[in-house]
Design a protein around this ligand. Structure first.
Ligand code: NAG
Ligand code: NAG
Ligand code: NAG
Ligand code: NAG
Ligand code: NAG
Length: 459
């Protein structure tokens, strides 16, 4: 007991000393804004906050008038504070019209030098702030935040242009870097890969270009990587196998090329893999069959090539969405695809797939969309009638010239769009065989179609 009391005493003394130091350093004249019942705020911090906000909102915004106690009884929407050594400091700053009473940016927002004096700032976010007059990151002193900032977010700021400064690589406490739909350009700085605590890296919808550096594969704590909708090119670094914590990887709508590296299967917890709209080639990587956490696999619109046959699709028991449309696939559709029990969306359209469509797909309990149009599938569709009724237009099989619906299964107008009945397919084959409908063949044709029809009716 005695020991604990001594320790508590030491702690109190340390806090008192730290407060004294804090006062000496921060309040030049020992001056601070005291408020009854709450912690005080150092005057320099308070003025830095007002000036920083004024930089975004405009000179007409008078903080000291409107919010005399910003961390206490006159809180500012979008500003959060915390107590350090007995004084209030700003920890979160959210600028932009998220809510009715949010701080809305004026016509000429700037990064005031005072912003970078908020030394306990952990989270800084801008929504729809820099829209008209262009502004660049380099106008700010970002290294000042290296010891504190954990989250930095810019959404929908089309006026925010230029590259990501290399100084972002020094924000070593950063856990979340989100730069969505801004006007940013240039390459991705390699030293972002030094931000080892990064959990979320979202850079989508800008004009970033160049290659993804090897260092990005060292972000071993990363949970979400979204670099979609940029102009990134080159191959995926093999180091990506080091992103073992990743849950979501979205690189869609870039110009990335080369193989999908087999190391990708090291991402054992990955639930979303979206590489659509790129230039990936070299066939489907067999190792994707080891990614048993996958729920959405979207590889559409890539010249991937190869076939579906050598992958054990039944291993992907969590897969809900599989989109392989426009991927230059050839060969058949394996039965194992009908063993992915959670599948809801299967997109295989715009390929060169041939052979039959297994009727077992109709047994998938959750399947709501099946698209196989524009392929070379052939033969009679063997789904039960109820399947077509259930799916409607969400079963797309048109433009498979040799695929047909059994004659008499259902009225044509209720059958799948663009699929002929088997009788019509046979007739057209007969027509092709005999060339154009020359008069002399008409009686023969009539006879043959009668044979085909009676055969079908007999079944
Ligand atoms: C804000 O208002 C106070 C008191 O009304 C005034 O003294 C101060 O000069 C004003 N500041 C600005 C920047 O307009
Ligand atoms: C930027 O911030 C750092 C750290 O706070 C400081 O040492 C440096 O002088 C600042 N640079 C400028 C140009 O203000
Ligand atoms: C994968 O997820 C499991 C369960 O959530 C977790 O225990 C494990 O640490 C994760 N693996 C990695 C490499 O993060
Ligand atoms: C199918 O293959 C042919 C011949 O190789 C090719 O010209 C065509 O573009 C392919 N179609 C699709 C959708 O990949
Ligand atoms: C099928 O393909 C042809 C030729 O490529 C095209 O004209 C037609 O619009 C496509 N769609 C349907 C439903 O037939």
């Amino acid at each position: 007991m005695g020991l604990i009391n001594i320790n508590n005493g030491v702690v109190v003394i340390v806090i008192v000393i730290m407060c004294l130091i804090g006062m000496c350093v921060n309040g030049e004249d020992g001056e601070y804004e005291g408020v009854e019942g709450g912690a005080p705020m150092v005057k320099t911090e308070q003025e830095a906050l007002y000036s920083a906000i004024q930089g975004f909102v405009g000179a007409g915004w008078n903080g000291s008038d409107l919010y005399p106690d910003p961390c206490g009884w006159t809180p500012i929407q979008g500003v959060s504070c915390d107590i350090f050594d007995g004084f209030w400091y700003v920890t979160d700053l959210n600028i932009g019209s998220i809510q009715d009473n949010s701080l809305t940016c004026g016509p000429n927002p700037k990064f005031s030098p005072h912003l970078f004096q908020l030394k306990h700032l952990k989270s800084l976010a801008f929504f729809n702030c820099f829209s008209t007059s262009p502004i660049a990151f380099r106008s700010g002193n970002w290294t000042a935040f290296s010891g504190s900032l954990e989250s930095l977010e810019f959404r929908s700021n089309l006026g925010l242009t230029g590259p990501i400064p290399t100084s972002f690589g020094q924000l070593e406490r950063l856990q979340s870097l989100v730069l969505i739909e801004n006007g940013l350009s240039g390459g991705l700085p390699d030293n972002i890969g030094n931000l080892r605590h990064l959990k979320r890296l979202v850079l989508s919808g800008n004009r970033f270009t160049g290659k993804i550096g090897d260092s990005y594969g060292y972000l071993s704590e990363l949970l979400i990587m979204d670099l979609s909708r940029n102009s990134l090119y080159g191959r995926l670094p093999l180091t990506f196998g080091g992103l073992t914590s990743l849950l979501k990887l979205d690189l869609s709508e870039n110009q990335l090329e080369g193989n999908i590296p087999s190391e990708i299967s090291n991402m054992k917890n990955l639930t979303l893999l979206d590489l659509s709209n790129n230039k990936f080639s070299g066939g489907l990587t067999k190792s994707i069959q080891e990614m048993s956490s996958l729920q959405e696999l979207v590889l559409s619109r890539n010249p991937i090539g190869g076939d579906l046959m050598n992958i054990e699709w039944q291993n992907l028991q969590g897969l809900v969405v599989l989109d392989l449309s426009s991927t230059r696939l050839t060969g058949g559709i394996p039965e194992s695809m009908s063993q992915m029990r959670r599948l809801r969306f299967l997109g295989l359209s715009y390929n060169n797939l041939s052979g039959y469509l297994t009727p077992k797909l109709a047994e998938l309990p959750d399947l709501t969309s099946l698209y196989v149009y524009e392929n070379k599938l052939a033969g009679e569709l063997k789904f039960p009638r109820g399947f077509y009724d259930k799916m409607g237009r969400r079963f797309g099989a048109w433009n498979n010239s040799d695929l047909c619906l059994p004659f008499g299964l259902m009225p044509m107008r209720l059958g799948p769009f663009g699929v002929k009945t088997c009788r019509e397919v046979m007739l057209s084959e007969i027509e092709q065989y005999f060339g154009l409908m020359a008069d002399s063949y008409v009686p023969l044709l009539v006879y043959m179609s009668w044979v085909v029809e009676t055969q079908l009716d007999a079944r």
